[in-house]
Design a protein around this ligand. Sequence first.
Ligand code: AMP
Length: 391
Amino acid sequence: MNKKSVRDVDLKGKRLLMRADFNVPIKDGVISDDKRIKATLPTIQYVLEQGAALVLMSHLGRPAGTGYEAEFSMKPVAERLEALLGKPVKFAPDCIGAEVEALAAALQPGEVLLLENVRFYKAETKNDPKISEQLAKLGELFVMDAFGTAHRAQSSTEGVAHYLPAVAGFLMEKEVEFLSKATEDVARPYVVILGGAKVSDKIAVIQNMLKLADKVLIGGGMANTFFKAQGLEMGDSLVEDGVLDTARALLAEAGDKLVLPVDGVIANAFDNDAHSKVVPVTAIEPGWRMLDIGPETIAKYADILKTAKTVAWNGPMGVFEMANFAKGTFAIAEALADLNAVTVIGGGDSASAVKKAGVAAKMSHVSTGGGASLEFLEGKVLPGVAALQDK
Ligand code: AMP
């Protein structure tokens, strides 16, 4: 990575302001899954060992942005972090203001202070410089470790870097390193797999990957729109009629680089227990809908993947939430697990698919950011990455 990380700067005696992603599921003050807190521990432990004092900030949920709301307080996170770190974590009742500044100023090397939810201020999400400037008063160096929000220019992810030198934490560093392997100087053959519901959400990534990749394999509901654009009967399948012209243009531009399914699992209702059967994509009947890729497609895609040296995957191959239409998605996950290649899995549904298939550990990288990883694959420069100091 050509951006500086915590490894590249002297941290001893410095007060760091670090943006983490502690947006954990909480109900009635109880955290049901703390993996996002655990994912940040390596950076936290490292900077403390180096003799820094640490001010941590994050958003949590979707508060109205008009002030404190108990439901979205970071307090339970402070408690869980304290247990995981095995050392006290101080808690600030706000994220900006004189009281918070005093708490931050009193922090000694090796001590940790967690700020209250940054999204209690709506202006934070608007990247308001007034908020950025106030946040910047809390540290001497900004550490960005919240990859999942790096695609959004907000006061706590990007704005603050206009007032403080900014470096990446380990989580951020790993994300950028692996996603760069799928966007710059890729090892070839490079095969990209794109699925999910809609073409409209993924036009930019398809366009970028048609430039970068050797093959782009399409699955999921997205394939239906391409088939309809080619004039095939799609029955009751999910089709986006509004982007048929775009789909036609992409097909024309792509030539044989874009690979579509040859068969699919169709069902007579959108229901796990509906009647279902495997048919060629040319034989979808009215009243039926395509909900998964079929066995021939799985075999064809696995064959193309066999020689790949780099693979990026975003979006399920079918309605994988329903067991009867999850086979295609899981088969692709398993095919990737056997490869001797760099395998980069986008966040969101593809990340949960490789976990459900039990092969997450066999991937080179499973991204923690759904939207952020998609924008990276689109070729966009993420504001939270651009803000970091160059090496
Ligand atoms: P996305 O958020 O665009 O990646 O889409 C993920 C969603 O696409 C999942 O909830 C899947 O159930 C859905 N999906 C995948 N394949 C199909 C399909 N053939 N028909 C309808 N929905 C699908």
